[in-house]
Write a protein that binds this ligand. Sequence first.
Ligand SMILES: Nc1nc2c(ncn2[C@@H]2O[C@H](COP(=O)(O)OP(=O)(O)OP(=O)(O)O)[C@@H](O)[C@H]2O)c(=O)[nH]1
Ligand SMILES: [Mg+2]
Length: 486
Amino acid sequence: MTDPVDTLVSQIDPRLPAPSIVRRDVVLVSGPWLAGVSSVVAALGDRLPECTVVEADALAAGDAPTAVVFVVSATAPLTESDCALLDSVAADTDAVIGVVSKIDVHRTWREVLDADRALLAQRAPRYRDVPWVGAAAAPDLGTPVVEELVDCLRHALAEDTLDRRNRLRAWENRLLTLRSRLDRDVAGAGREARLATLREQRTAVLQQFRLDKSQRSIALRSQIQQARLQLSYFARNRCASVRAELQEDIAGLSRRSVDGFSDEVRRRATEVADDVAVGVSRQLADIGEELDLAVEPVDSRPVVEVGAAPLRPHGPENRLMLLLGAGFGLGVALTLSRMLADLAPQWSVGGAIGGAVLGVVLTLWVVGVRSLLQDRAVLDRWVVEVTGRVRTAMEEWVGRSVLAAEASLGRSAAERDAADSARTAESVARIDREIREHAVAGARAAAARDRHVPVIESALVAVREELDALNRCKGANYELLNRSCE
Ligand SMILES: Nc1nc2c(ncn2[C@@H]2O[C@H](COP(=O)(O)OP(=O)(O)OP(=O)(O)O)[C@@H](O)[C@H]2O)c(=O)[nH]1
Ligand SMILES: [Mg+2]
């Protein structure tokens, strides 16, 4: 047979889910820590053998007792956590009795009882009519004082409306749970916090992408500028040092080595070109490695063309020098032969011949030295001119190589930026998708709430009206009973 309470609710909406509890024919004694619960259970068990009196751990999840005895110590009034405990144990049970325990040792128990009654009445209208009694289930001295509690409990259990009220209370709890679940769905479990996190993530992802991109392009620019400066400086320095070395070589050049000097200069210029090529290749490859970008290797090398040294045969100069040298040699020969003729006339012929030979030798020596000095001067000028050309060629080649590397690195950087941009777009799209999903879920939950809450509200009103009517009736019966006792 269908429960009349269930019929009452199903008339409002038959789809409203009935309470999923199992009503157990037991009295639940509950209360905060050390309130005296176990002692009350024991005392009630003795006095009411026809009832099953249990503590909370004897009930399974989903079990609801027929009546709840809520025990609190007379030490101090109820706290918030005590009230919350009562809310949970009496959620599906209308019959609740409040007990202030240990009244044998706490003289002010009546004040505490009044305070507890007032606190509970303030907490919820359903607690206004809760009967409160004092008890001493395990007094330090004497026998337990639980008569009033026993009477009260007996009376509560004997109420003919008890089952109906309990069922109505279970329905009320069910409807309230439904309503708060709908409200929770609209708010979403941490939906706002998740949405805020998602928005923050979205901004952070975009910011990071922009920051990385600009940092990379700044790093690339500065590395290239640095390389350009350093490599040009290196090429210039290398040319200057080779020029100094060659000029030093020229200063000690002998007649025989003059002809092979052009080859030496060519060899040294090639050496400089090789050094510069190696330095440039290495530095550009290092930049690519440091920036983690692909850079095309330098495939050319600086071209250095060194012709032959402009050593001209010095015909007229030689003749002039020969003339001057001959004059000088003749002078020496004459002076020498004259000296010998005056000092030792018997040696005059030999002295004349010796003077002539010496004059010829001196003439040849002067001409030779003069010609070597002139060649050295020519070579020196030539070396300055050749190293100048080499330097220009090197600088041009360095500039071209750095430019090519810049273009190649720029291409790699653009490719990487494109890949990063795609990755960022994917992350942003994923975040946007989740944000949208949350918005849709919120809208759906709000629609469900708007659809169901009015029905739940009217069912709640009906259940509460019925409960109030039954409780009013119970109050009247209670007064009648009291009067008849008097
Ligand atoms: N004086 C006095 N002491 C009591 C009374 N009832 C319980 N006590 C004492 O209070 C303490 C706790 O009593 P219990 O009945 O075990 O209380 P409880 O709420 O079951 O305690 P827990 O299960 O440990 O939370 C014990 O030391 C009891 O002796 C009473 O009426 N008078
Ligand atoms: Mg206990």
